[in-house]
Design a protein around this ligand. Structure first.
Ligand code: COA
Length: 187
């Protein structure tokens, strides 16, 4: 029986960061980041006063000494038509290629989504994905707004996402129309 553990980014240890980084490198092979680079990025969050680090959480499933499934969340304030909207940023959802199809991906994702409770804060999660069918089964839906990142001084109007599928959870959230300023880089 697999259990989920939850960790705060600001309390992350080198051992935990290493286990997460090893899994992420195996699951996101197109990413050029090495295990060491990923570990350093995570350890920089420790003790940080950046609100995105303070709100950062990891949901992981351990199997012995190894992490076999992982999801990361933090709170981002996006801007739509001059209104700020806090969203739960979801990133790095992955499970060990050797034990896929056993429900671990769904487990960590649903646990992450529990933070988006009805009447809770934030009220909606926003993320990019190469596997929209996986999320469609979890009460998520695609959104088609133009996205920009006006904190990118060089290219403020460029689309900040890598994936072309952008989704929200829950499906029934009254998501706004119009251009969305991601107000930071993608995740
Ligand atoms: C996507 C991923 C997390 C799924 O993990 P998993 O542990 O195999 O998922 P689960 O076993 O919980 O899958 C449960 C359901 O999702 C479906 N599913 C799994 N991977 C899927 C995919 N790539 N596309 C569509 N559906 C998928 C399964 O068929 C299953 O559906 P069912 O219950 O109706 O049969 C895993 O394939 C992965 O790590 N991929 C590489 C990294 C990645 O792309 N992550 C997503 C980033 S947004």
């Amino acid at each position: 029986m697999h259990e989920i553990k939850e960790y705060l980014d600001i309390g992350i240890t080198p051992e935990l960061a290493e286990s997460i980084a090893v899994l992420c490198c195996r699951c996101f092979e197109d990413s050029k980041r090495t295990v060491g680079e990923r570990v350093n990025e995570m350890l920089e969050m420790k003790g940080s006063d950046d609100p995105e680090h303070i709100t950062g959480r990891r949901f992981v499933v351990w199997q012995g000494e190894q992490i076999v499934a992982h999801a990361r969340t933090f709170v981002r304030e996006i801007i739509v038509e001059d209104q700020r909207l806090p969203v739960l940023a979801l990133a790095a959802v992955c499970s060990d290629p050797k034990i896929r199809g056993m429900g671990l991906g769904v487990m960590v994702t649903n646990k992450a989504f529990e933070q988006v409770a009805v009447g809770g804060w934030p009220a909606v999660s926003l993320f990019q994905t190469p596997v929209p069918n996986f999320y469609q089964k979890l009460n998520c839906r695609l959104v088609t707004n133009p996205f920009v990142n006006r904190r990118n001084a060089q290219e403020p109007e460029a689309n900040p996402w890598r994936d072309d599928k952008i989704m929200i959870y829950p499906n029934g959230f009254a998501w706004p129309e119009g251009t969305v300023d991601l107000n930071g880089s993608d995740y």
